[in-house]
Design a protein around this ligand. Structure first.
Ligand code: GLC
Length: 463
């Protein structure tokens, strides 16, 4: 691949921008977000709504291009949707939760926004990531515009506070990570990620760091202390207990079980037979490693989840050494993790009996499709941002080259299928907006790395 391939494709960029413009949702005459997909060939279901998580790449791109108004409006309007009171009805969203998505509706006289907190979604899943992304995006807005006044406004301070109170509330478990149900994030279907999935932990960490920068004034002192207490524990927990490389694999292989008390080495009582050693020993390259998908009681999910790993690099949750090792893994296992489209949402797929029992026989999540080992173009921007952060830009350039050679001809699919991501996803939407924004954002970050601080953090210094 030639370096200049990354900067050419001007027509593609132009067309991509046109689609992105078409996707913008207006509310009372103002831009407030973007629909999830512009595919008129299939029933829209909720893809005509603005999803908080889907809008993040578009929003970052708008911020980098100086189009801050839409992000400002998005943050302001979504904040108004956040429940501010305790709910006595258990079927209603809890105080502080941000919706998964919203749409503009009109009663003939007036327009208003209608939110979905998961109560309309397929399988009624809870969007835990939406609240975390909202804080991360608010901080990106502040970094891009230097306009602290928005974040310092009372309603915004309250919004952050309510989300944090939800995340930091007393609970039954005693881990620094966040306990969530299955389908609580980008993977919004059953896929065996209940418990402490990496994606949520990476976003939780980033939201805590962002909140620490944004929270001010009286009334927030307790929360600031709570963040300062939680962050070092969370970071250490992830870096130590989620980390997977040869050394750790070997250590686990020799673990004893049933250790009682403080001196237990095998703290989570991982049963040695539960890990696919031979596959992992073959797959893990020299110098490579990654953060595992989930850690809980007698549970170590060794699947590689891209979003959590890449965000851990971008936001400095992973150590410098770990970040380099993750990128080495991506480089050495390029065919598995990138193949014909960046990038696998998770590797490997659940197959056979595991697929049946863990997904509940979900026909959309058959092996190597959709969430179960599909390739998602939106992840290109995170791979590129991680490559810039770690100075491994050749990997990001390779990813951009693969994505832009196909995406427009394929009409911007939501996801791809197959072990290498060759096939357009079986039930994939076309003109999926975060696939479009994901590529444009990837190129923007590659060409203008000075934008990276919108989404990245410096090394964590525990005070
Ligand atoms: C799918 C994805 C989810 C996304 C939604 C809208 O459900 O799994 O992450 O937000 O589509 O694009």
């Amino acid at each position: 691949m030639q370096l200049n391939e990354v900067t050419t494709y001007q027509d593609l960029d132009k067309h991509a921008w046109e689609e992105l413009e078409k996707s913008i949702i207006y509310y009372q005459g103002y831009p407030v977000g973007a629909v999830a997909a512009l595919d008129s060939t299939v029933d829209a279901l909720n893809y005509d709504q603005c999803f908080i998580r889907d809008f993040v790449p578009s929003a970052l791109l708008f911020l980098m291009k100086g189009r801050t108004e839409i992000v400002h409006n998005f943050l302001e309007e979504t904040l108004k949707l956040q429940p501010k009171e305790d709910q006595s009805d258990a079927y209603k969203p809890g105080k502080g939760l941000m919706p998964a998505s919203f749409k503009v509706v009109s009663n003939g006289v007036k327009e208003y926004l209608e939110a979905d907190f998961g109560e309309h979604a397929i399988a009624r899943v809870t969007p835990v990531d939406a609240s975390l992304w909202w804080i991360i995006l608010l901080r990106a807005y502040v970094v891009a515009t230097k306009d602290y006044s928005l974040a310092y406004r009372d309603d915004f301070q309250q919004g952050i506070r309510l989300i944090l109170e939800l995340c930091l509330a007393p609970r039954f478990d005693m881990y620094p990570t966040l306990l969530v149900p299955d389908g609580a994030c980008m993977i919004d279907r059953r896929l065996g990620i209940y418990g402490y999935p990496l994606e949520i932990q990476s976003l939780f960490y980033a939201a805590l760091r962002a909140s620490r920068e944004l929270l001010i004034g009286q009334g927030n002192e307790d929360l600031v202390i709570a963040i300062d207490n939680r962050l070092p524990l969370l970071i250490a927990h992830i870096r130590q207990h989620y980390w997977m490389d040869f050394r750790h694999l070997n250590a686990i292989y020799h673990y004893k079980g049933e250790e009682y008390g403080k001196d237990a080495v095998n703290q989570f009582n991982i049963y040695v037979d539960s890990l696919p050693y031979h596959e992992l020993a073959r797959w893990l390259p020299k110098g490579g490693g990654y953060l595992a998908g989930n850690v809980g009681p007698s549970q170590l999910d060794t699947r590689f989840f891209s979003l959590g790993n890449l965000m851990a690099i971008i936001t400095d949750l992973a150590t410098e050494e770990q970040s380099q090792a993750i990128m080495t893994l991506v480089e050495q296992r390029w065919e598995d993790l990138v193949g014909d489209m960046p990038m696998k949402i998770v590797f490997p797929a659940l197959e056979n009996e595991l697929y049946k029992s863990i997904t509940g026989c979900d026909p959309k999540n058959i092996p190597w499709s959709y969430h179960n080992g599909g390739n998602w173009p939106v992840l290109t921007w995170m791979l590129v941002a991680a490559s810039v952060k770690t100075n491994r830009t050749e990997l990001g350039q390779g990813a951009i080259a693969i994505a832009q050679a196909r995406l427009e001809d394929d009409e911007w699919p939501e996801y791809y299928d197959g072990t290498k991501g060759k096939l357009i996803g079986k039930y994939s939407r076309k003109y999926q907006i975060w696939s479009i924004a994901g590529l444009l954002l990837a190129k923007e970050i590659m060409n203008n790395p000075q934008h990276l601080p919108l989404i990245s953090f410096n090394s964590f210094i525990a005070e």
